[in-house]
Write a new protein. Structure first.
Length: 286
Protein backbone atom coordinates (compact mmCIF):
# COMPACT_ATOMS: atom_id res chain seq x y z
CA UNK A 1 0.00 0.00 0.00
CA UNK A 2 1.41 3.35 -1.04
CA UNK A 3 2.14 5.95 1.60
CA UNK A 4 1.39 9.39 0.26
CA UNK A 5 0.61 12.92 1.34
CA UNK A 6 -3.06 13.33 2.20
CA UNK A 7 -3.40 16.74 0.54
CA UNK A 8 -5.46 15.64 -2.45
CA UNK A 9 -6.37 19.26 -3.24
CA UNK A 10 -2.71 20.08 -3.83
CA UNK A 11 -2.17 17.09 -6.12
CA UNK A 12 -5.39 17.90 -7.97
CA UNK A 13 -4.22 21.48 -8.50
CA UNK A 14 -0.94 20.18 -9.91
CA UNK A 15 -2.91 17.87 -12.22
CA UNK A 16 -4.97 20.81 -13.50
CA UNK A 17 -1.80 22.82 -14.13
CA UNK A 18 -0.25 19.92 -16.01
CA UNK A 19 -3.28 19.48 -18.27
CA UNK A 20 -3.40 23.23 -18.90
CA UNK A 21 0.30 23.18 -19.80
CA UNK A 22 -0.27 20.40 -22.31
CA UNK A 23 -3.12 22.42 -23.85
CA UNK A 24 -0.91 25.50 -24.20
CA UNK A 25 1.89 23.47 -25.79
CA UNK A 26 -0.52 21.91 -28.31
CA UNK A 27 -2.01 25.30 -29.14
CA UNK A 28 1.42 26.82 -29.68
CA UNK A 29 2.43 23.88 -31.86
CA UNK A 30 -0.62 24.44 -34.07
CA UNK A 31 -0.08 28.18 -34.54
CA UNK A 32 3.66 27.82 -35.21
CA UNK A 33 3.54 24.70 -37.37
CA UNK A 34 3.70 26.80 -40.54
CA UNK A 35 6.88 28.45 -39.24
CA UNK A 36 8.36 25.03 -38.55
CA UNK A 37 7.58 23.90 -42.08
CA UNK A 38 9.04 27.09 -43.55
CA UNK A 39 12.21 27.30 -41.50
CA UNK A 40 13.16 23.67 -40.75
CA UNK A 41 11.55 21.28 -43.23
CA UNK A 42 13.53 20.63 -46.38
CA UNK A 43 16.80 21.61 -44.73
CA UNK A 44 19.66 19.21 -44.12
CA UNK A 45 20.01 17.45 -40.79
CA UNK A 46 22.59 19.00 -38.50
CA UNK A 47 23.25 19.71 -34.85
CA UNK A 48 20.92 22.71 -34.81
CA UNK A 49 18.01 20.77 -36.27
CA UNK A 50 18.52 17.85 -33.88
CA UNK A 51 18.57 20.22 -30.90
CA UNK A 52 15.43 21.88 -32.21
CA UNK A 53 13.60 18.57 -32.66
CA UNK A 54 14.49 17.52 -29.11
CA UNK A 55 13.38 20.85 -27.59
CA UNK A 56 10.24 20.94 -29.75
CA UNK A 57 8.88 17.41 -29.44
CA UNK A 58 10.35 15.82 -26.32
CA UNK A 59 8.31 18.14 -24.03
CA UNK A 60 5.13 16.53 -25.41
CA UNK A 61 6.29 13.21 -23.97
CA UNK A 62 7.49 14.93 -20.81
CA UNK A 63 4.17 16.73 -20.32
CA UNK A 64 2.24 13.52 -21.03
CA UNK A 65 4.22 11.86 -18.26
CA UNK A 66 3.65 14.90 -16.05
CA UNK A 67 -0.11 14.61 -16.52
CA UNK A 68 -0.01 10.87 -15.79
CA UNK A 69 2.17 11.41 -12.71
CA UNK A 70 0.05 14.26 -11.33
CA UNK A 71 -3.30 12.57 -11.99
CA UNK A 72 -1.99 9.33 -10.50
CA UNK A 73 -0.97 11.25 -7.39
CA UNK A 74 -4.58 12.23 -6.78
CA UNK A 75 -5.41 8.51 -6.56
CA UNK A 76 -2.68 7.55 -4.13
CA UNK A 77 0.32 7.33 -6.43
CA UNK A 78 1.52 5.39 -9.47
CA UNK A 79 2.95 1.86 -9.62
CA UNK A 80 6.65 1.26 -10.35
CA UNK A 81 7.30 4.90 -9.61
CA UNK A 82 11.06 4.46 -9.16
CA UNK A 83 11.63 3.51 -12.80
CA UNK A 84 9.03 5.99 -13.99
CA UNK A 85 10.60 8.85 -12.01
CA UNK A 86 14.07 8.13 -13.37
CA UNK A 87 12.75 8.06 -16.94
CA UNK A 88 10.62 11.15 -16.37
CA UNK A 89 13.51 13.15 -14.93
CA UNK A 90 15.74 12.17 -17.86
CA UNK A 91 13.19 13.22 -20.47
CA UNK A 92 12.29 16.44 -18.67
CA UNK A 93 15.86 17.65 -18.16
CA UNK A 94 16.92 16.60 -21.66
CA UNK A 95 14.17 18.74 -23.18
CA UNK A 96 15.11 21.69 -20.98
CA UNK A 97 18.82 21.23 -21.79
CA UNK A 98 18.07 21.31 -25.53
CA UNK A 99 16.16 24.56 -25.09
CA UNK A 100 19.05 26.03 -23.10
CA UNK A 101 21.41 25.09 -25.94
CA UNK A 102 19.26 27.10 -28.34
CA UNK A 103 19.60 30.05 -25.96
CA UNK A 104 23.37 29.58 -26.13
CA UNK A 105 23.26 29.46 -29.94
CA UNK A 106 21.28 32.68 -30.12
CA UNK A 107 23.73 34.43 -27.80
CA UNK A 108 26.58 33.03 -29.90
CA UNK A 109 25.04 34.60 -33.00
CA UNK A 110 24.61 37.93 -31.20
CA UNK A 111 28.32 37.79 -30.37
CA UNK A 112 29.19 37.53 -34.04
CA UNK A 113 29.72 33.74 -34.09
CA UNK A 114 32.91 34.01 -32.04
CA UNK A 115 34.32 30.49 -31.66
CA UNK A 116 36.06 31.32 -28.39
CA UNK A 117 32.81 32.60 -26.97
CA UNK A 118 31.01 29.41 -28.03
CA UNK A 119 33.70 27.26 -26.38
CA UNK A 120 33.45 29.15 -23.10
CA UNK A 121 29.64 29.15 -22.98
CA UNK A 122 29.40 25.47 -23.89
CA UNK A 123 31.92 24.62 -21.19
CA UNK A 124 29.93 26.63 -18.67
CA UNK A 125 26.60 25.07 -19.62
CA UNK A 126 28.14 21.58 -19.64
CA UNK A 127 29.37 22.04 -16.07
CA UNK A 128 25.94 23.28 -15.00
CA UNK A 129 24.22 20.36 -16.79
CA UNK A 130 26.48 17.86 -15.03
CA UNK A 131 25.66 19.49 -11.69
CA UNK A 132 21.95 19.29 -12.49
CA UNK A 133 22.19 15.56 -13.29
CA UNK A 134 24.13 14.83 -10.09
CA UNK A 135 21.72 16.82 -7.91
CA UNK A 136 18.72 15.23 -9.62
CA UNK A 137 20.12 11.75 -8.97
CA UNK A 138 20.90 12.55 -5.33
CA UNK A 139 17.50 14.14 -4.87
CA UNK A 140 15.75 11.09 -6.30
CA UNK A 141 17.61 8.75 -3.95
CA UNK A 142 16.93 10.88 -0.88
CA UNK A 143 13.34 11.94 -1.47
CA UNK A 144 11.80 8.50 -1.13
CA UNK A 145 10.34 8.08 -4.59
CA UNK A 146 8.58 4.92 -3.36
CA UNK A 147 5.65 7.11 -2.30
CA UNK A 148 4.51 7.09 -5.93
CA UNK A 149 3.26 10.67 -5.82
CA UNK A 150 4.39 13.74 -7.72
CA UNK A 151 6.46 15.62 -5.14
CA UNK A 152 9.59 17.57 -5.99
CA UNK A 153 12.52 17.12 -3.66
CA UNK A 154 13.91 20.15 -1.86
CA UNK A 155 17.14 19.90 -3.84
CA UNK A 156 15.08 20.62 -6.95
CA UNK A 157 15.16 24.28 -5.97
CA UNK A 158 18.94 24.16 -6.42
CA UNK A 159 18.44 22.79 -9.94
CA UNK A 160 16.09 25.61 -10.86
CA UNK A 161 18.56 28.03 -9.29
CA UNK A 162 21.30 26.69 -11.59
CA UNK A 163 19.00 27.11 -14.60
CA UNK A 164 18.41 30.70 -13.51
CA UNK A 165 22.17 31.23 -13.33
CA UNK A 166 22.66 30.06 -16.93
CA UNK A 167 19.78 32.20 -18.16
CA UNK A 168 20.94 35.30 -16.29
CA UNK A 169 24.48 34.90 -17.65
CA UNK A 170 23.16 34.61 -21.23
CA UNK A 171 20.86 37.58 -20.73
CA UNK A 172 23.72 39.66 -19.34
CA UNK A 173 25.92 38.79 -22.31
CA UNK A 174 23.13 39.74 -24.71
CA UNK A 175 22.53 43.04 -22.90
CA UNK A 176 26.24 43.80 -23.06
CA UNK A 177 26.32 43.29 -26.82
CA UNK A 178 23.15 45.29 -27.27
CA UNK A 179 24.16 48.41 -25.38
CA UNK A 180 27.94 48.42 -25.62
CA UNK A 181 29.41 47.55 -29.01
CA UNK A 182 26.29 48.16 -31.11
CA UNK A 183 25.06 51.30 -29.37
CA UNK A 184 26.76 53.62 -31.87
CA UNK A 185 25.87 51.53 -34.90
CA UNK A 186 22.17 51.67 -34.10
CA UNK A 187 21.34 48.72 -36.36
CA UNK A 188 17.61 47.95 -36.02
CA UNK A 189 18.23 44.34 -37.08
CA UNK A 190 20.75 43.79 -34.30
CA UNK A 191 18.56 45.67 -31.82
CA UNK A 192 15.54 43.53 -32.69
CA UNK A 193 17.46 40.26 -32.43
CA UNK A 194 18.93 41.26 -29.08
CA UNK A 195 15.65 42.56 -27.69
CA UNK A 196 13.66 39.48 -28.64
CA UNK A 197 16.38 37.28 -27.20
CA UNK A 198 16.34 39.20 -23.93
CA UNK A 199 12.55 38.93 -23.70
CA UNK A 200 12.67 35.16 -24.33
CA UNK A 201 15.40 34.57 -21.75
CA UNK A 202 13.67 36.82 -19.22
CA UNK A 203 10.41 34.86 -19.53
CA UNK A 204 12.20 31.54 -19.02
CA UNK A 205 14.15 32.98 -16.08
CA UNK A 206 10.95 34.14 -14.38
CA UNK A 207 9.43 30.66 -14.69
CA UNK A 208 12.60 29.11 -13.25
CA UNK A 209 12.51 31.60 -10.39
CA UNK A 210 8.85 30.84 -9.68
CA UNK A 211 9.65 27.11 -9.64
CA UNK A 212 12.56 27.65 -7.27
CA UNK A 213 10.37 29.63 -4.86
CA UNK A 214 7.45 27.21 -5.04
CA UNK A 215 9.64 24.21 -4.21
CA UNK A 216 10.99 26.02 -1.13
CA UNK A 217 7.83 27.64 0.21
CA UNK A 218 4.82 25.57 -0.83
CA UNK A 219 3.56 22.39 0.89
CA UNK A 220 4.91 19.09 -0.52
CA UNK A 221 1.83 18.38 -2.63
CA UNK A 222 2.24 21.73 -4.46
CA UNK A 223 6.00 21.57 -5.14
CA UNK A 224 5.48 20.26 -8.70
CA UNK A 225 2.90 22.95 -9.47
CA UNK A 226 5.03 24.65 -12.14
CA UNK A 227 6.80 21.61 -13.56
CA UNK A 228 4.51 21.70 -16.62
CA UNK A 229 4.84 25.46 -17.26
CA UNK A 230 8.62 25.10 -17.04
CA UNK A 231 8.62 22.61 -19.92
CA UNK A 232 6.22 24.75 -21.92
CA UNK A 233 8.23 27.94 -21.47
CA UNK A 234 11.46 26.30 -22.60
CA UNK A 235 9.90 24.51 -25.57
CA UNK A 236 7.76 27.40 -26.85
CA UNK A 237 10.40 30.10 -26.56
CA UNK A 238 13.23 27.90 -27.79
CA UNK A 239 11.25 27.11 -30.95
CA UNK A 240 10.78 30.79 -31.60
CA UNK A 241 14.48 31.35 -31.08
CA UNK A 242 15.29 29.08 -34.01
CA UNK A 243 12.49 30.55 -36.14
CA UNK A 244 13.77 34.08 -35.51
CA UNK A 245 17.35 33.10 -36.29
CA UNK A 246 16.21 31.61 -39.60
CA UNK A 247 14.20 34.76 -40.28
CA UNK A 248 17.14 37.03 -39.58
CA UNK A 249 19.33 34.92 -41.87
CA UNK A 250 16.70 35.18 -44.60
CA UNK A 251 16.46 38.93 -44.08
CA UNK A 252 20.23 39.27 -44.30
CA UNK A 253 20.24 37.42 -47.61
CA UNK A 254 17.54 39.75 -48.94
CA UNK A 255 19.30 43.01 -48.08
CA UNK A 256 20.21 45.34 -50.91
CA UNK A 257 22.26 48.28 -49.73
CA UNK A 258 20.33 49.43 -46.64
CA UNK A 259 16.81 48.28 -47.57
CA UNK A 260 15.26 44.98 -46.53
CA UNK A 261 13.16 43.71 -49.40
CA UNK A 262 11.35 40.97 -47.46
CA UNK A 263 8.72 41.65 -44.84
CA UNK A 264 8.80 39.23 -41.91
CA UNK A 265 5.85 38.18 -39.78
CA UNK A 266 6.70 36.23 -36.60
CA UNK A 267 4.67 35.90 -33.35
CA UNK A 268 7.55 36.77 -31.05
CA UNK A 269 9.14 39.41 -33.32
CA UNK A 270 7.84 42.54 -31.66
CA UNK A 271 9.18 44.82 -34.37
CA UNK A 272 10.27 44.23 -37.97
CA UNK A 273 13.33 46.35 -38.69
CA UNK A 274 13.07 48.32 -41.94
CA UNK A 275 16.81 49.00 -42.36
CA UNK A 276 20.11 47.31 -41.66
CA UNK A 277 23.75 47.19 -42.69
CA UNK A 278 24.25 44.13 -44.94
CA UNK A 279 27.82 43.58 -43.75
CA UNK A 280 27.07 43.79 -40.03
CA UNK A 281 25.10 40.62 -39.60
CA UNK A 282 26.35 37.70 -41.67
CA UNK A 283 24.88 34.36 -40.61
CA UNK A 284 26.58 32.31 -43.31
CA UNK A 285 29.72 31.81 -41.22
CA UNK A 286 27.87 30.63 -38.09
Amino acid sequence: MNVYFPDSVGFQTVAYTSVASMTVLLFDFIITFDSEVRWTWGRGWGIMRIIFIVSRYLPFLGLGMTVYYSVGSTHGGIPDDGIFTALYDGIRWLGIAAAELLLVVRTYVVWGCDKRFLTLTLTFTTVISAAVLVISDVDASESGDSTGVFVAGRNTSVIYGLLMLVELVLMTLTLYKRFKPFRLDGSPLVATLCRDGIISILCITLVSMANCISVILLPPSYTALLAGPQLVAHSVLASRILFNLREMSDLQDGVTNDIILGVVSQPIAFETPPYTDPELWDFTNC
